[in-house]
Ligand binder design. Structure first.
Ligand code: PMP
Length: 341
């Protein structure tokens, strides 16, 4: 039988790439979006959930009914919950009390046990979601803590799958890889594989305006002045994740909430690709990079689109939300006017 799987986990990875035909027309190169939304959990995080849990199985750390613990309300939570169901484990997620009710409903629908923890306490407070997750993992026999920001298996998952897929899909012709960095795992693991194949491939990290990662890459120190609140979820940080291999990244570009939001909506309107907010951010990152770096028509550029736009209907795809942010061009359908192209 063809294209038939034993269970939903068989669909993880081997995601397609789609050429962008309009949004990046100002650039002479061929630009492709790698659609991580085509994973069954609709994001790149399916890869790390599967890899980390299967690694623990191989090490004999898990038995039927074991508990998988993580501290996310985002994409990793959905992926860990999905893998846990199929493999017969319990999934426990500690999330902040800022998490939207629909996300909690989604996680519960996938069988996760969700602990809601106060957001406004320091990370080392016993009530914080970090501490709650650590305590549950410590006190529960046969449990593992995914700990994606500090788990090298996060990098490994992409070194073993995302990187090789990109190399094969472009037949080794890729010249630039752009990825938003949260934990850094997607970009670092893919970069490590691709640079081993061809060290000339440029790896560009896209950081949020309000995050320290770009500054840290350039100076080796954390600049507290870089830290400010921002709206894009899943990328940027106010700590240095161990899953981000800074030496694999050639350069960081910093993008803001507003331009990334317009770009996300433009991609839906012009390419009919419903991406998440960071899909807009990574595309915005490329367009900013191209303003100050030569790009030729022989270049082959890959953008990683981490997740699906359906998760952002009440956010970046909502005119009301856009207006609340003061993003005044939110209803404009002629994006050439907005961007002045
Ligand atoms: N975009 C979104 C929507 C995400 O959820 C994440 C993961 N935090 C990223 C980008 C960045 O991926 P990574 O953690 O592998 O750097």
């Amino acid at each position: 039988m063809n294209n038939v799987y034993d269970n939903i986990l068989g669909l993880i990875g081997n995601t397609p790439m789609v050429k962008l035909n309009k949004v990046t027309n100002s650039i002479p190169a061929k630009v492709f979006a790698k659609l991580e939304s085509c994973n069954p959990g609709h994001s790149t995080k399916d890869r790390i959930a599967l890899h980390i849990i299967e690694d623990a199985e191989q090490k004999g750390l898990l038995q039927p009914g074991s508990v998988i613990v993580e501290t996310t309300s985002g994409n990793t939570g959905f992926s860990v919950a999905m893998v846990s169901i199929v493999k017969g484990y319990d999934c426990v997620l500690a999330v902040s009390d800022k998490t939207k009710p629909e996300k909690i409903a989604y996680l519960k629908a996938l069988g996760a046990k969700v602990y809601i923890c106060p957001a406004n306490v320091p990370a080392d407070d016993p009530r914080s979601y970090y501490e709650v997750a650590k305590r549950i993992a410590r006190e529960t026999p046969n449990s593992i803590y995914i700990n994606q920001y500090f788990n090298e298996l996060n990098i490994d998952a992409h070194y073993l799958t995302t990187g090789p897929e990109i190399w094969e899909q472009t037949e080794g012709r890729i010249t630039h890889l752009f990825g938003c960095t949260g934990t850094g795992g997607t970009l670092s693991g893919s970069a490590k594989f691709l640079k081993e194949k061809n060290p000339n491939i440029k790896i560009i990290g896209v950081d949020a305006d309000g995050s320290i990662l770009k500054g840290f890459h350039e100076t080796g120190t954390i600049n507290p002045l870089d830290i400010k609140p921002y709206q894009i979820e899943g990328m940027g940080k106010n700590l240095i994740p161990a899953a981000l291999l800074f030496d694999q990244v050639d350069e960081f570009v910093r993008v803001n909430d507003e331009m990334s939001a317009y770009r996300t909506r433009e991609i839906a309107l012009k390419e009919a690709i419903m991406g998440g907010y960071t899909s807009g951010a990574v595309t915005q990152g490329l367009l900013q990079y191209a303003n100050s770096h030569p790009i030729s028509e022989d270049d082959v550029i890959v953008l990683i689109y981490p997740d699906h736009g359906s998760r952002y209907i009440t956010k970046v795809y909502s005119d009301q939300w856009m207006a609340e942010q003061g993003f005044v061009n939110n209803c404009v359908h002629n994006y050439d006017e907005v961007f002045g192209t």
